[in-house]
Design a protein around this ligand. Sequence first.
Ligand code: BMA
Length: 824
Amino acid sequence: MKQLLLKSNWQLKPRNPTCSLTNDFAASEDWLPASVPGTVQEDLITAGRIPDPFVGLNEKEVQWVGECDWLYKCTFDLPAGFESAEAVTLCCDGLDTFATVWLNGRQVLVSDNMFIPQRVQVKSLVQSGQNELHILFESALRRGREREAQFGTRTVWGEGDASRVYVRKAQYHYGWDWGPTLLTAGPWQPIRLEAYDICISDLSCPVAVAPDLEGARLPVTVTLETSSNSPPTGMILQLSVHAPTGEILDEVVLPITGNKVEHTFQVTPPQLWWPNGYGEQPLYRLVASLQKDTEEFDRSQLRLGLRRLRLIQKPLADEPGTTFLFEINNTPLFCTGANWIPADSFTPRITPEHYREWLQLAADAHMIMLRVWGGGIYEKDVFYNLCDEMGLLVWQDFMFACGLYPALDWFQESVRREAEAAVHRLRHHPCIALWCGNNEDHMVANALGAYDPAFEGDLTATGFPARAIYEHLLPQVCTALDPTRSYWPGSPYGDSNVNDSTVGDRHVWDIWHGKMADYHDYPKLSGRFVSEFGMQAFPSMATIEAFVSPAERYPQSRTLDHHNKAQDGPRHLVVYLNDTVRIPADLESYIYATQFVQAEALATAIRGWRRRWGGPEHEAVAGALIWQLNDCWPVTSWALVDYMCRPKPAYYVVRREFAPLVVGLAQLPRGNTTAWAVNGTPTPVEAELEVELWTLTGELAARERHQIVLAPNQCTELGQPGFRRGDLQVLGVRLFQHGAVVARTTLWPEPFKYLTLADPEIKVEYLDANTLQVHAMRPAKSVWLSASDGVKWSDNMLDLLPGDPQTIKVDGPGGARVQVRWLI
Ligand code: BMA
């Protein structure tokens, strides 16, 4: 197998749709350099032909790009050995979206799905010397609207042109309630030529770990591709399994008699793959090498994680409905995590280092699951490789979101190829936990009265035809290509009620959307598995300075409003500010205020839901996936970390609430309070619990300590302290192990806006270049530390009580002055 990556000599130019193709081949005067993989917009920005759409109001200036057709061309010389190969294949891993491809003037491919990798035999068309490849990308907006005109307008929720449902293109490109409208076009994934006589077209190994975890079966199937129907004689296949540490565990040499070769390995005992914080992520390697007379013709390999993963839906002891919990290696999991959206409007420019930075932030926040959301993309291999290495489970949506999609035959055929390509590419990643049909489409249909769960006829003839895709086509593809994992029709999806609180997963949006309920209601608005919930906050000032001009740096400016895409976003934000804090006028304080509310809201939700992780038969809530982890451009949104990878204060608060050991406090009537602790580890925890009551002016009103034992992998109720909390008193709880604080929390008088807080006299001192100690003389709420850009904090947004100095590891400031902000 020889490969030629077509990465250079690319050019592009606009092509208005009216003139016929051939004329333009000749007219090369206004060609621009193009990058592949890439998008038209990126190249126009680089060439200075359009302004950066992320800055100011520029997004409005660049919409013409999405309405245009674009022509790409590339010239390349055929490398030695390609002409003599029996097969030469043109591989286009991702063409966004309506693409027609010509090689040396001959049309070789028409594609209309950006998620389908295309492979075309071109042996008869390539020539020695110079070759020319042309790709025309037609405007997805125009083509989508043509289909809409032909097949009818369909309903979508939120922003974005409704014609998007007819186009197999990342839906967020049409604009979303956190993202700009940037209708990209271009070869967003690599293009290459492959030359071979025989190659390994597929290597599959659906690992099965025994229920007792004592052994793992590795049934291997190797599929060969030759231009002639039978493989050349005398060929052998060498198959080997390598331990995570690299040494060969087992190896066989098999004769090749046909296009398929099968063999099963047994690994006993297996080194098990565990999610983040539960154990290691050992990765075995399976290598297939095609050889003849010691010459290797092709090689293919897989990284395998051996784990037993199940989605468990079983009755609960004392609650209606069923659980929705993931169990790995016979250990039930409370899934701490977040929703992942594409990390840029222009995905080709996201680097592996960028992915690693994002995913490391997730892992550092004790997340064990990320949901790859259905309005974005099937992520790049590097994303899943990193999730495998970091122990981040992936809830993988198929790419449908917030709409009533068609189910016309041609559409279903395109979706089938797309789904087969995605499942085929991703199925060997141990991180993949679940395949999920769509995002909120059952909700859209339900809201329109088009969803009748009991209907059993031809779904394509109903008002919700795409059910045929989510409940037939996609599960078929998953069962055929990846029988090892569960498939879930949609998110949310429950019983007859799609967003049921007792069955399946749930999106909790009564807070922020819908009723705009008070965030203190989160604990009672739970579900068996909460796969979406969120609160908006402004990005950091440093990020704002990158896209907002100085004159526009005030909270309600046109630019900042433009960079809040949520329906009535700024209005919803101010409602929650008004409910919670004193509303400041200056931008810095306004940013902090929105970030304060986000942190409090998310902490209230997570604390309340982990409390319902009650152990065997009582797993009432088994997951909390925050909407959203990241952003695709600089924006005010629900993200925990802003577009420039700067964590918002909520990130640190969530990290504490997702930690293996947490404590919680809740207010009861008449000043009573109650406490609980969650032990997310697999073994009982012996600890000392301390409860303290402080006045706002810093006097200790009461204290008690108890020895406690926390049962493994569940919440333990700790009851009420022997004293009540007065209106203007703060309750603090700390959990000690071996004399060290392993978890703490506080309960403050609320609403915060009614409090008049004295200066808490916060002291921040360096114990050494990378260690800070933070202490306060009076209770201090949500103490936000900041220093020069890029500093990494082991913790932040602290609640401080007198006598409880907190030690923070800081990476990067080198003694820089630390600024402190707190709730006033
Ligand atoms: C849900 C998600 C997204 C959306 C978010 C915030 O609908 O599925 O579509 O961005 O809420 O509104």
